[in-house]
Design a protein around this ligand. Structure first.
Ligand code: ADP
Ligand code: GLC
Length: 482
């Protein structure tokens, strides 16, 4: 079975968040279950620079040449660190060859995002219709709003290749001015039923209406997005399509995230020999100018947005520090949060270390060197840092929402008694609840045998793609044999 994964990010080439980790890992995970996947990416500079064995397949099928003059579809292998990825690339310099962010420049969205991702989605649909060279997918699998129009084009063109659309985060919907629709080649029939969303053009809305199957990245989030509080206006559409909606938990790429082989750590370690973890903690403390402390070192690696609950963490921080704990945070995002975090570090330089920026290598040291990892999100479709935390022997302290609740087993007395606990789970959206969770963390820290048991259970918890890859395969099969 052949599947085209159309996505706007892919590790290690281009990444702003977990979507990239997932797309980077899925092809190998799907190969294990007999699914041949190729990834279609936009030709950003970082992607173009990493290509080898490039074959020019000509003008991209399906793509409107006026939206991307001179565009070519390339078939290529990724080189270097990305070796092994079998890529298709939309080489469209007028849309993707530019310095700046993938979706924005200095905090302002690229004004031509509708054109950029419409022509990208057209290309995905075109490959599903005509193939790419000799390769033709059985299923088109789109991810998030950037590729959500692909199923809409398939339907508009009367192509019967089935499609799946994965929601990685329903907060990003790709909403634009409805007057753009004709230029983007969208059918007028969309008004009132397809891509139209409260008078706007909704990329994600259109995709959710048109895709043969819808998936999201955890069973918990699949339930939550059916409600107004989490569906963010799309709950009605999802309720109508409930029979086509599947929650499939993300995995982690255990080749990249493994303390036994991680070259970003001063010394590798594993569950039996944890000496390297102590070394990593010293290295992290020294990198951030932190002094040794009696309490646990709580790490955070996160985008700094309202979703992630960093404001709640700031509110709960004094209690954590008063109990002897430390905080190490790596993140970038909202200026207000960045400033508040910097101020917290300045007020307490030996106990609070903050690194503003994006640094993949340092993220690995954060997972190696922290004792616990906090993910106090208000909502979290899946979340990956709690999975990396488990693998690296950190206790995840997470809000009970979305995939966080599906991946961490709270250290309540029952779970502790049977050795099942892997972390601490608290009510979302509440600084008081987070404070209480961090208090429980300190209590556990004070009982080394109990801490060690939770740590070991976490390190043994399966975080790979195994069962989720099978679930995707079953979804694809269901589309091919309706
Ligand atoms: P989201 O996709 O919502 O940001 P996830 O937990 O799914 O959340 O994925 C975030 C990914 O981005 C993880 O791989 C995490 O390690 C990484 N990440 C987030 N912020 C940074 C940062 N400042 N530096 C390095 N990696 C980061
Ligand atoms: C989104 C979500 C995150 C999820 C990631 C990968 O960015 O915010 O929870 O882990 O996508 O699916």
């Amino acid at each position: 079975m052949r599947v085209l994964l159309a996505a706007s990010e892919c590790v290690p080439l281009v990444k702003t968040g977990g979507l990239a980790d997932v797309i980077g890992a899925l092809p190998a995970a799907l190969a294990e279950v007999g699914v041949e996947a190729r990834v279609l990416l936009p030709g950003y500079p970082a992607v173009m620079a990493a290509l080898q064995s490039v074959e020019d397949l000509g003008p991209p099928p399906g793509a409107d040449a006026t939206l991307a003059p001179g565009a070519r579809l390339l078939s290529a292998q990724a080189a270097g660190q990305a070796a092994g990825l079998d890529l298709l690339v939309l080489d469209a310099p007028s849309r993707f060859d530019r310095q700046g962010g993938l979706y924005e420049n200095r905090g302002i969205d690229w004004p031509d995002n509708p054109e950029r991702f419409a022509v990208f989605a057209q290309t995905a649909a075109g490959i599903a219709r005509d193939g790419a060279g000799k390769w033709r997918p059985d299923v088109l699998h789109a991810h998030d709003w950037q590729t959500a129009l692909a199923p809409v084009y398939l339907a508009a063109w009367g192509v019967d290749t089935p499609s799946a659309l994965t929601i990685h985060n329903i907060a990003y919907q790709g909403r634009f001015d409805a007057t753009l629709a004709p230029m983007l080649g969208l059918p007028p029939a969309g008004y009132g039923q397809g891509w139209e969303f409260h008078g706007h053009l909704g990329f994600l809305k259109g995709g959710l209406m048109a895709a043969s199957a819808i998936t999201t990245v955890s069973p918990g989030y699949a339930r939550e997005i059916l409600t107004p509080a989490f569906g963010l206006g799309l709950e009605g559409v999802l309720q109508a399509r409930r029979a086509a909606l599947h929650g499939i938990l993300n995995g982690a790429d255990t080749a990249i995230w493994d303390p036994a082989t991680d070259t970003a750590l001063p010394q590798p370690y594993n569950a039996q020999d944890m000496a390297g973890k102590a070394e990593a903690k010293k290295a992290l403390q020294s990198a951030l100018g932190l002094a040794p402390a009696e309490g646990p070192l709580l790490g955070v690696v996160s985008r700094l947005t309202g979703q992630k609950g960093i404001d709640l963490l700031l509110a709960a921080l004094p209690g954590h520090l008063a109990r002897g704990g430390q905080l190490a945070l790596l993140g970038t995002g909202d200026a207000d949060l960045e400033n508040a975090l910097k101020a917290a570090a300045q007020a307490n330089p030996s106990r609070v270390g903050v690194r503003i920026g994006y640094d993949e290598g340092l993220a690995h040291l954060f997972f190696g060197g922290s004792d616990a990892i906090a993910v106090p999100s208000r909502f979290e479709p899946c979340g990956l840092t709690q999975l990396y935390a488990l693998r690296y022997g950190n206790l995840p302290v997470v809000a009970r929402t979305g995939g966080l609740g599906d991946t961490v087993i709270d250290a309540n007395p029952a779970a502790l008694a049977v050795g099942a606990a892997t972390g601490i789970v608290h009510e979302p959206g509440s600084a008081t609840a987070l404070d209480h969770a961090l208090q429980r963390l300190s209590e556990l820290w004070g009982e080394p045998a109990a801490w060690r048991a939770v740590q070991l259970a976490g390190m043994e918890h399966p975080i790979g793609w195994g069962s989720s890859a099978w679930q995707y395969r079953r979804v694809y099969e269901g589309l091919l044999r309706p």
